[in-house]
Design a protein around this ligand. Structure first.
Ligand SMILES: *Cc1c(COP(=O)(O)O)cnc(C)c1O
Length: 353
């Protein structure tokens, strides 16, 4: 059976790659776009779609940009890559580095990385360094260390990352036959909202779409520098993937917001967790808390009348819920354990089946 066409090949004419760029792949991209009937009935929007980026090889959208960044690093003769990460960038970098047989080091903010992501970086064989500080400190250190050590920095400040990530916008247009009216997306370091905008602008220019979507980005209220218009020194949120106080792609995100007629707004951790469990219980989709920020934002806007006139919207579910099992387990009041006895089991189930 032929392998799935790799992302680099599929979009070779729209990516900064050439015949000499290695066709590195783990099967990234081509992720499901799933209809959300519960959210449609709740918001009154005729079509709500979920772009399930957790279906990527390492469980987040980061793979789209990482495959391009690592392939180009290989092409340029690099021997090692380096990144700062709230978790998913590290998981992705570590996987593609393993595939490409490159050395990989990742710098984390100590104590704020979800267990699944940390275990991925470890199993893929990356050198893992936790720094006592936040993501913004980790990024500053990774940039300086990359320079001193001669390693290729694969954070989204590397423009190749955004190039790869823009392919998700192409897929959305291909699947819907046009761009949606609006895109709802979480914002952390602000690379992804910028990459989608890049992709939608190119899609409209090439005839793949007839219009641009409005871009609605959402930060956690304890980590909302773009919303507040000022750096947040000590960002706090349960959504660790967007726990960022000084986004690297700040200006690009503002440009995407303004050119598209969209907005960047804050959602509370409570709203995020409510969207997180609603997606799981009412749509059957388990995403990570940061991803749920997009849906929290959609619901808030719908309640406030801010989605009037939108007929087709897409929410980007950036990462897989299995990344952060501790967060899921915190929703359970405790597990019920009984003797291996039919009456006891049925009593615990709560009703005769
Ligand atoms: C990286 C990440 C984000 C934030 O994306 P940015 O490009 O940093 O804005 C959101 N959700 C998940 C799951 C992520 O891994």
């Amino acid at each position: 059976m032929p392998e799935k066409i790799c992302l680099i090949d599929r979009y070779a004419d729209r990516l900064p790659v050439g015949a000499g760029t290695p066709r590195l792949t783990l099967g990234e991209g081509d992720t499901p776009l799933v209809r959300a009937p519960f959210l449609e009935s709740e918001t009154g929007i005729p079509e709500v779609w979920l772009k399930v980026e957790g279906a990527n090889p390492t469980g987040s959208f980061k793979d789209r940009g990482m495959v391009v960044a690592v392939a180009k690093a290989l092409e340029a003769g690099a021997t090692s890559i380096l990144c700062a990460s709230t978790g998913n960038t590290a998981a992705s970098a570590a996987a593609y580095a393993a595939r490409a047989r490159l050395r990989c080091a990742v710098v984390f903010p100590a104590g704020y990385v979800a267990l699944g992501k940390l275990s991925q970086a470890i199993v893929f064989g990356a050198q893992v360094v936790a720094v006592r500080g936040g993501f913004d400190d980790a990024l500053r250190l990774a940039r300086d260390a990359a320079q001193r050590e001669g390693a290729t920095l694969v954070n989204s400040v590397n423009p190749l990352r955004l190039q790869g990530q823009k392919t998700a916008a192409f897929e959305v247009c291909e699947a819907l036959g046009d761009a949606p009216d609006a895109l709802f997306i979480p914002v952390g370091n602000a690379g992804n909202i910028s990459a989608y905008w890049l992709g939608f602008v190119e899609a409209a220019r090439s005839g793949l779409a007839t219009k641009h979507p409005r871009m609605f980005g959402f930060q956690a209220s304890g980590a909302a520098p773009i919303v507040r218009g000022a750096i947040v020194e000590h960002p706090e949120t349960i959504a660790t993937a967007i726990r960022i106080g000084n986004p690297a792609s700040w200006d690009l995100a503002v440009k995407a917001r303004d050119e598209s007629g969209g907005a960047i707004e804050a959602v509370t951790d409570e709203d995020i967790l409510d969207a997180y469990s609603t997606l799981a219980r009412c749509e059957g989709i388990f995403c990570e808390p940061a991803s749920a920020a997009a849906v929290a934002g959609l619901r808030l806007r719908a309640r406030a009348g801010g989605t009037q006139g939108l007929r087709t919207v897409v929410c980007v579910l950036t990462g897989n819920g299995l990344k952060d099992p501790d967060r899921a387990m915190a929703l359970a009041g405790g597990l019920i354990e009984v003797d291996a006895d039919l009456d006891a089991v049925c009593a615990a189930i709560g009703r005769p089946l």
